[in-house]
Design a protein around this ligand. Structure first.
Ligand code: CA2
Length: 154
């Protein structure tokens, strides 16, 4: 379907985010990734957009999924991308390159305020390649990012 109100919001999560809620609650809270998915489902339902929600611990799989988004966007089927690349944010040239091919609105998201943490988290390979960066809003950031995408395409 090519109607703009059927465009899918992609939410992609990188390494270790499957462990959310099970460790380091002082940094990431008690919310699990399943809870985050539910929050994204609810937010997408309220703005009337389909959701695709995925997590991988593998760099190349995240690259493949961004390529999938590029292909679907060429068919008018993507509303935008919310990308929490986890620690690959700070290491991956491949994840810097991949979103450059994507013209859909892309938001780099971090649950924690990466700038208030270790120095190695202050640099992001993604930031120059995306439209917007959000960090430190907790898991609520996912809902806010989806709402921002919905406003962008409205
Ligand atoms: O704040 C974020 O969302 C991060 O992208 C999370 C990454 C971290 O490497 C980034 O610097 C910032 C870590 C993913 C979550 O890792 C967990 C490890 C143990 C328990 C829960 C989460």
């Amino acid at each position: 379907c090519h109607r703009s109100d059927m465009r899918t919001v992609f939410v992609l999560n990188g390494p270790n985010l499957n462990l959310l809620g099970t460790r380091e609650p002082e940094v990431y809270g008690h919310t699990t990734l399943a809870d985050v998915q539910q929050l994204c489902e609810q937010t997408c339902a309220s703005v009337g957009l389909p959701l695709l929600f995925r997590q991988s611990n593998h760099e190349g799989e995240l690259v493949d999924w961004i390529h999938e988004a590029v292909r679907l966007h060429a068919q008018g089927e993507i509303a935008g991308l919310v990308l929490n690349a986890g620690a690959y944010t700070h290491t991956s040239v491949a994840l810097h390159d991949a979103p450059k091919a994507l013209t859909a609105y892309t938001i780099e998201l971090h649950i924690s305020n990466t700038f208030a943490r270790e120095a190695f988290r202050h640099h992001s390979y993604l930031s120059p390649a995306v439209d917007a960066v959000m960090a430190g809003l907790g898991v609520a950031g996912y809902g806010l990012a989806i709402r921002a995408i919905a406003q962008k395409i409205a």
